[in-house]
Each structure stands twice: as C-alpha cells, then as structure tokens.
Design a protein around this ligand. Sequence first.
Ligand code: GLG
Length: 806
Amino acid sequence: MSDYRKESFLALLEGKMTRKRGKHLEDASDKDLYYVISSIVKDEITPKWLKTQEKYQENKTKQVYYISMEFLIGRLLQSNLLNCGMLDICNEVLKDIGRNPEEIYKHEHDAALGNGGLGRLAACFLDSIASLKYAGQGSGIRYRYGLFEQRIIHGNQIELPDYWLKEEYPWETRKADEAIEVRFGGKINMHKKLNGDFEFSYEDQDKVMAVPYDVPVIGYQNEVVNTLRLWSAEVTEDESKLMSDPSSQYYHHLDHSHSIEQISGFLYPDDSSFEGKELRLKQQYFLVSATIQGILKNFKATHDISLAHLSEKVVIQINDTHPSLAVPELMRILMDDENFSWDEAWKVTASVIAYTNHTTLSEALEKWPTSMIQKLLPRIYMIINEINERFCKGIWFDHPDLRDKIPELAVIADDQIHMARLAIVGSFSVNGVARLHTEILKNKEMKYFYKLYPNRFNNKTNGITHRRWLLQVNPCLSETITEAIGPKWIQEPNKLIGLLRYSNDAPFLEKVGKVKKQNKETLAKLILNQTGIKVDESSIFDVQIKRLHEYKRQLLNIFHVIYLYNELKENPSLDITPRTFIFAAKAAPSYHLAKEVIKLIHHVAATVNYDKQINSKLKVIFLENYNVSLAEKIIPAADISEQISTASKEASGTGNMKMMMNGALTLGTLDGANIEIKDLVGDNNIFIFGLTSDQVHDYYQYGGYVAKDIYHTDDRVKRILDQLNSGEFGHQEIEFKDIFYNIMYHNDPYFVLKDFDPYIESHELVERSYRDKNTWQRMSVTNIAYSGKFSSDRTIKEYASEIWKL
Ligand code: GLG
C-alpha cells in the first residue's frame, strides 16, 4: 500500500471526524468511525453516481428494473469499501491507529429487508448488474421494521421488532421531489366515447405518497454506481395541511396517517408461505404503482419516442409473483392516462414484463380473494377480469385441446386471483431458478402453460456475488487463491477453475487447510462468546443455516445427531471423528412445527453438550438471530454444507453455492442447484443421498410410502421417535408430540424417515473421508475450483443476454 494513499485517507478521516462528529480521531468511538468512514465512501461515490445516471440519460440506455418485495442487503460499509477499492487502505489505516476494523463495521445495523434466499438473491443481482456495467435499478419497499430479531428463551423462539432505522442510515438519500402519488379504493366512472370505447375516471380515492429513498449500488472498481430505490409511504401534502388546520378533525387525520404509514411499516416474516392479508396486498400495489409510474415518467423525460416503444428501452423483471400487479397497473396507466387501446396497451405490457418463479410449494402460491382486490383496487380488478376473459376465450378458440384445462389455467378461478397465472399470461419470459426447478415448472406444475407458450419458459440458475461471499468474507482464502492462480478470478470467477491444477499440490492444499483451520478458530470464539460453549476446533464443522421449514428438513439433521448420541451412549469408546453441528434458523412466527424443531434442537443440545460420557465427541450449537452478517461468519468455517431438502422442494438454494465457494463439501439430496453442483464436481467430490424428485413425485401421486412401517422395522428410528414422545429431551417436561404425530399420523409428509437410512450412510462416508486429510483438502479445492459457475455474474449475464436484451 502506498504511504501516500494511506496518509491521505488518514487526513480525510481526521478532517471529517472533527467536522462531522466534533471529535479528535483519538477520542472517536467505533460508532463515530463507522459514520465517518461511511460518509467518506459516500463522498467518493456521489460524483460517480450522478455521472452514471447522467450517462444513462444521455445515451438513452435500455434499463432493467428489478422489482422485489425483498432486498436482503445486510451491511454495506465493508462491501462498499471493497467495491470502490478502499477496503485495504481503510483496514490498514485503522490498524495503524490501533483500531479493529471488525469492531467498526459491526456498528452498521443489518438491513434485513428480506426473509431468505429470494431477498438475498435480489441483493446479489444488484451487485452483479452494477459490476458488469449494466444499467439497472432495484425497486423495493423501505420497511421501517425489517425481519424480526430472534431471541431464544428455553428453546422457544421469541420475536423482537427490528427497528433498523433507529439511528441514521448513512446510505440512503431521500428524494422528496420525486415522490409519486399512489391511489387506493374509490369509485370508478365509465363514459362511452364517441368512437364507442369507454373512458374511465376515478372518484373518492385514498391517496398515499410514495417517497423514494435511494441507496447507491456500487460496481466493483468500475466507476458505475446504480440505484436501489426504496419507497416509503407517507401522507400527501394536502392531508398534512389538513392536519395542521385547527378546524379539522385532528384525531381523524392522525389515525388516517398512521394507517398510511403502516403500508411501509414492516416486512411480512413469511418465507415460502402465503397469507392473504389486506395490508400485504396494499404493500404490493404500493410498490408496483410507484415503480411503474416512476418508470414511465423517466421514460418520457429521457426519450422522445412514444410509449408504444417502451420495450426498446425498458424491461421489468418481477421477483416472484409479489409484484405481478405490475401487469394490470401498466395496462391501467397506458389505457386510462395515455389513451392506448386495449390491444396497444397489451402489446406493450406483455413485451416489457418478465417473471421469475421461485417455488412450486402450493402453500407459497399467492391467491388473492377477488372481493379484496375489487374493494381495494376496483379499476385493477376490472382489468384483471378482462385479461382473464380474453385469455380464456383465446384458449377456447385457439387451443381446443386445452379447453378442459381452463379451470386450471384461468387467472380468476374459485373467486380467487391466481397471481402466478396472471404473471405468466402478462409477461414475455417465465424463468425458474435451477435446471430441475425449471423442468418441474415445464413438465409438471405449469405444463399446460408451457404447452400454450413453449418459448416463454427458460432457466436461469441462481448465483451469488463472489465479491461479498468469497473476497470479502474470506480474505485469507482469497489471498491464497490469488497467490496460486493470480488475481484474474476476481473479475472472471470462472478462472477459479485454474485451481484444479493445484488439487494435488501438497503445499497448496496445506495452505487451504490452514486457512480453514483459522476460520474455524474464529467461529469457535464467536460460539464461545454467544453460547458459552467451547467447541473442538479440529472437529468436523457440520453446518445447516437457512430458514426453518419442514421441507428443508432440519429435523432429519437433528435425528442424525440423536442417533449418534444414542450410539455413543451405548458404546462410549466408539471411535468417531468429533463433530460440531451448527444450526442457525428463523421460523415464521406463526409456524408452529418449525418452532417445535427449534425447540427440539435446543433440548437435544442441552442433553448432548453437557453429557460428560460423550463430551468430547459431539456438540450441538444453535446460533440465534440468523442474518446476513452471521452467515458471513459461519460460511468460511464450514466443512460440511447440509443441503438436505426433500427432493423437488427447494427451487435452487443459494447457501449451497456460498459454502461450496468457501471450500465446504455438500451433503445433500438431488434437489435444486445441488444437482448442478454435483454435475460439475463429480460424484466423488460431493455426498449425495436420498429419494429423487421423481420418486418423491410418485409417492405423492400413487402412495406406497408408509412412515409407520419404518418406525416398526428400524430400531434406530423407533428409538428416536420414542425419545421425542417420552420427553427424554426436555427433562420429562417437554414432549415433542406434535413432531411425533406429524410423522406417524400425517405419514411424514417430507420423507424424513424414508431418507433416514441413506442419510446416516452418507454421514458415515463423510466421516471416513474426513479422516484422510489429504483427500478431504483435494475435494475441498475441487469444489472451490468449480464454484465460479455460481457467481451471480454468470446468472446476470444470462438474464441480460437472453431476457433483458441489454
Ligand atoms: C426461494 C427458494 C429458494 C431459492 C430462492 C432464490 O425457496 O430455493 O434459492 O428463492 O431463488 N423463498 C426462497 O428463498
């Protein structure tokens, strides 16, 4: 590092510290430093931000708008420093003045505006779009409360509000002058025009201001700064005037303004499940209407061509069906405000919107009661109705072979609006997020739509930004990689494949092993701090971190732990490699069974961790409040990445990619992107077990699986289930009857018992492989080498060339 750059950074730091915080550097707290460094970064990038946007305007660049109800961005200071090329300098200067960078970065509150994979994917995509110099903007909601903070008390999950905006958020800029009015409810008037067409006007609507807060999205050392625009709901100016008028009914307005602000009040905490709450519908329309109006306004200001050419300059990607009201909203504006005919408006709409599906779980599919949409969004309802009528008529006349499938295809059926169907009908592209997932969409879940629109369906296997998930979170591994193959992999992650040449190079393997050991030591310290439990750093770190859901089968994992524990109790001198099982997971607040599993993990941990007889060999750790920042600590230290969903249920998974990239070996089912990982690394570098997606499908379809049979024939299984039922874990006070019943009397809907035996066998193979350090390191390096494919840069290039045509 040049001394000059360091000196000037230090000077900046000193100057800003006195001006902004009124302190000398030596008196500054970690928090002071956090704010001051953030402001240095913002100063550095602001001119680039303006320039990037001006360039898009001048060059009339085509833009992609990524609309998502979730952006799980986590902390930004470190990754922003990295992307603008200041991270090393900043770290060195801080160390020079005797400060610990980690302690400073910790002062940023995680922006948890998302639940899990879907929201984190959106954040990775923005990073890649900017780093690859594409013109793109994220559009989401500025929730005042992010995903709840999780506390565990006696094994029970307690949810606390996540008021992340308590203190100033340094990355956002409020753009009050770009606020947009969004309208709900009211009365619709129809007038017949001279030419016979109808004209619509609205009366008595409730008005809400959508005020944008812009967050910069910094490309990796490339001068590009894009925008993530987060909308906040506020009362309109008229309304606030009324409130300050002494003759008005102040309390009435106060109440009203509260209900408006509620729209961007909090993030719904459900991952992969749908709850038809009116407030959620309001949030969706609020986001969509503000975004689309903003897009059209910007289009008109930039281009001198008619809106009929919108698709030449704009493409809108909707992240799952949550923003699919974009279809009728764009129709509404084009027809009612811009005087387009239905056909003209439809042509534009269906060539601008593209839809990504993230799940086939039926409980996740959004279906809004027609009455709710009719009341809240009367004009939108009329448009959806007409979309549906025209669509059904089209099938009737043009696809007689599919006439009897109309009830399965109709956008409105059983008094419900099927949002996935609306999204498919109103878009030009429908993509799944991993190969298997897309095949399931095409051949099973959406097969009749696929028949109707074979060219609309395509696959875009997910990815993760290697800048955050390798370069930033695992600097020592990154350095080791660069020492071996040079730094080009940072720009072109596919170059990681060069590591294959080193997969038999003993000194290199040793170095990689050493880095993993250090990362495990660091995590062990965190575990000790958070839980008071000391784990064996040389044990296998076996990690399952993700939302808690039955289909993800944390239950199968803890059953394996119980099995090992039982074995050790029977034979304490059993020669097994010590293991540390690490869990972190939030459950949706109303998801009872998921919370029971969290409780079970804690009670098993309480038994196993303090049992002197087996003490040194097993540890079970549950780290509370899983979020992006915690993931960043755990992932570099993982040996085993547990990806054990019931086959066909996990659309892709992205934690699997993050851990692979950090040298963990996957223990998983043939589900989601695991399959693509396996295809790359080969059977010898991954541990695959269990039912295939087709087998699972056939059992659901034709029956033939009886969970009780396994209970009665497999002693290991019987013992575990009886232990749950008898209160053995939980001091006889707590029994896990609901879990027991779900398996025994609801026939184990996620095949935990069915996959138990192959899972145990797979774990035995893991254990044998781990004993041979050399083989293990070779496998690990092979995984890192092939992980380049899972950089979101690859994914975004595919979206850009095949869907967005940027
Ligand atoms: C979904 C799916 C995941 C997927 C993610 C991103 O369940 O399998 O990896 O989207 O596409 N709810 C999710 O997180």
